[in-house]
Design a protein around this ligand. Sequence first.
Ligand code: DSN
Length: 450
Amino acid sequence: MSDPILSRFALNAFEMLGDEDPELYKLVEGEYRRQIYSLAMVASCSNAHPSALACEGTFTSNVTAEGYPGARFHAGCEYVDQFEQLAIDRAKKAFKAQYANVQPHTASTANQVVTSRLVNPGETLMGLSLDAGGHLSHGAKVNISGSFYNAIGYRLNDKGFIDYGQVEELAMEHKPKLIICGTTAYPRIIEWDRFRKIADKVGAYLLADITHIAGLVIAGEHPNPIDIAHITTTCTHKQLYGPRGGLIMMGREWDLPNPRGKGTLSGLMQSGLFPFTQGAPIINNIVAKARALDRASRPEFKELAKRIVMQSRALAQALADRGMNVVSGGSDNHIILADTMASFNVTGIIAEKALEECNIIINKNFIPGDQLSPFITSGIRIGTNSMAARGLTEEAIGQCAELICRVLKSVEVVSEKEYRLDTEARDKYRDEVKQIALQFPIPGYPLPED
Ligand code: DSN
């Protein structure tokens, strides 16, 4: 590097923040320390790589660039076109795709693009019910996907696996235009080809939303739907350790005819994103996506993905050994769903709050057949993306399982939402968490000196 101009820019930027707005600097620094000293096990989070965060924090944000590379509505896009093309090429390479659109602000937006272009208001789509582990954008009543369209939800069987028989029955009965397969709280492999057979049987398009498992897909730790589903969407932050944002991709069927007119299905996605759904893209976000996609395509990332699954399996087993009822009996990906009510008579919300007090960050979650409200729930969802990046060993994973179960067993339940946790015990748990966090620091996140 002849002139580390970008490093000077970044240092200067934080110094300006500290000098000009100490109140905000203190808050941002507080969040940094919170992340350093806690163990983040929320399945939908990870530690974004510092180089991706650096890309996102740049002046590339200053460019307005409606349109696509080579076809913009604004001048000044010489570098912007190259950033975006690089991100597209890297997305295609990583996922073995033929088409990629890197502009979606989020995966929810990506799903909205696909849904709104393939289903007319009032027509039918199908997705995994929110309370069975689906996503808001897969047909939840409180979302556009469940209020503008006639959304039919399929569910899990008693063992906690997708009920493919029910998917087929519902598809035959309701003849959806679009079937969405993808989950937010499902610990098992998704059988894309079974979904495709059902979609073909009823003449539906198939959308695979791989938001939660995108890293495992790239690394070959989960089957890739790119050539099975008509369209695949993902976010770039959960398991790609990149910026918050979305992608729309297609595989071998990228040139199917556009059901709305001239051109191809991928052309419909292109215009469905801009100008139908979004305006100007977030350029700094696209630069950061390019960076994250490059990292995710490297051999080291395969090791990380293997560790994600290894840790998840080990944690599921270690929790079960300590009396936790693990939904579906284990995990094939990064997610563990645990029934805390059946295990320790503790609701999901109490488990979430009590663990948070001890600096273990998980989230309350519905478990299959849950009778409690979404604000309370009977269980929790745990994920290993962040712990895998930190490189926790199997022994340390066992320590985490032990800590989680000890905290939940020591909670004194007062009501569905209220509990007491002895402060001396809590401080001891916090200290144990801190020791693990210091032993396995987040890569690229320097430890505070004090
Ligand atoms: N989809 C939500 C989750 O899985 O937690 C947020 O990204």
